[in-house]
Design a protein around this ligand. Structure first.
Ligand SMILES: Cc1ncc(COP(=O)(O)OP(=O)(O)O)c(N)n1
Ligand SMILES: Cc1nc(C(=O)O)sc1CCOP(=O)(O)O
Ligand SMILES: [Mg+2]
Length: 366
């Protein structure tokens, strides 16, 4: 039997069945890919993943053409398909967008396996092609679903603490331990003058201190240190490595935050796939000096447009967090409001209460 004409040796009835199976599997695969692509495009707004999925759909079409689409169509018999009347209760209910995506990931994988197996009767090229697409799609599924888990974790955060030793009134370890115990949602190790070994040792200490807490650990600037200490992610500014390169280093499970100072940078960060953004500087900061301030107006624009978590930053504390909340932002990143505080627990709770007030909550935005 030649590679491309195996089907001519099949009994007619079997050939017809094979074409029906392949036609149904191809439709299931195409439809599942489209559903996932719509989610990435319209909900996640991620250009890179969207174009990767579009390329996979394009490659799928090339292997599908190896199967004699005319034959598939001629042998379609939807009226005679007993499967159209069979469905389970679970198939008709989805609890969340993530459930829709997860269910369609499985639909795509199963249909690619069906195409791979039955194509072996018609075209070895197509069979091998569907096999490779299946392996590629497993990577997409991991990135899609793990990214959702990652985004869910940062999506719950409201108070994010930047830990810099020289700003602490207590020693840095005590400050960190108190902040974690008193409920900061994220702690970021932000040190610019330590040598790499001391920075890594400090990062590992913080990993141990946060491991059994609900506090996420982020490393500022350094994806290498974040990787070595198994941090939850890294935060990079406009001058550090770009999102795509950091994602190559950290893989799909780690959080990547990006600093933004204007709407163009914010849109770029969302399009790249950032898990969250910092937005500032808002007010005069004792920790870092700036020649210009994005201020509250930038926060109002961010609150109105940006779909991923936005952490306002820059000179924010108990005395002005209300203004941040009124601008529509429900998350803050602070350094000295916590590191200089003599009543850390009260400050953290008060800021959380103000940030959780009604008018600035993201879910209340229409
Ligand atoms: C949460 C958060 N937002 C913004 C920044 C600032 O990062 P960057 O612009 O890279 O400046 P440095 O902190 O590196 O001086 C941040 N660190 N965290
Ligand atoms: C590190 C940093 N980045 C900012 C930005 O706007 O990107 S503001 C800032 C300083 C944050 O410290 P504090 O809360 O003590 O002002
Ligand atoms: Mg930086």
């Amino acid at each position: 039997m030649t590679e491309e004409s195996i089907s001519q040796d099949l009994p007619t009835l079997e050939s017809r069945s094979v074409f029906r199976i392949l036609d149904a599997a191809a439709n299931r695969c195409r439809e599942g890919l489209r559903i996932i692509e719509d989610y990435v495009r319209f909900h996640r707004n991620e250009e890179s993943l969207s174009s990767d999925l579009k390329q996979l759909r394009h490659d799928f079409r090339n292997y599908w053409k190896e199967l004699d689409p005319e034959q598939l169509l001629q042998n379609r018999d939807t009226a005679g398909d007993i499967g159209t009347a069979i469905s389970t209760a679970a198939e008709n209910v989805r609890a969340s967008l993530l459930d829709v995506v997860a269910a369609n990931c499985k639909r795509v994988e199963e249909s690619l396996r069906t195409l791979e197996e039955y194509s072996k009767l018609i075209s070895t090229t197509a069979a091998r092609g569907f096999e490779q697409l299946r392996y590629r799609f497993y990577g997409f599924e991991q990135e899609l679903l793990l990214e959702n888990q990652r985004k869910a974790r940062i999506g719950q955060a409201s108070v994010y603490f930047l830990l810099t030793e020289k700003t602490c009134v207590l020693n840095w370890q005590t400050t960190a331990e108190q902040a974690i115990t008193l409920g900061v949602d994220v702690i970021q190790l932000r040190e610019k003058e330590l040598d790499d070994r001391e920075l890594l040792a400090r990062a590992r200490w913080l990993r141990d201190a946060t491991r059994h807490s609900s506090t996420l650990l982020i490393i500022n600037d350094r994806p290498d240190i974040a990787l070595l200490c198994d941090a939850d992610g890294v935060h990079v500014g406009q001058e550090e490595l770009c999102y795509g390169d950091v994602r190559k280093l950290l893989g799909p499970q780690k959080l990547i935050g990006i600093s933004t100072h204007n709407m163009e940078q914010a849109r770029e960060a969302v399009a790249a796939g950032a898990d969250y953004v910092g937005a500032g500087p808002t007010f005069l900061s004792e920790t870092k000096s700036f020649s210009e301030f994005a201020g509250l107006e930038f926060l109002r624009q961010m609150a109105a447009e940006i779909s991923i978590p936005v952490f306002a930053i820059g000179g924010i504390g108990q005395e002005n967090v209300e203004e941040v909340a009124q601008a529509g932002i429900s998350r803050i990143a602070v350094c000295q409001a916590i590191s200089q505080s003599q009543q850390m627990g009260r400050i953290i709770q008060e800021m959380k209460n103000i940030l959780s007030s009604g008018n600035n909550r993201e879910e209340n935005r229409v």
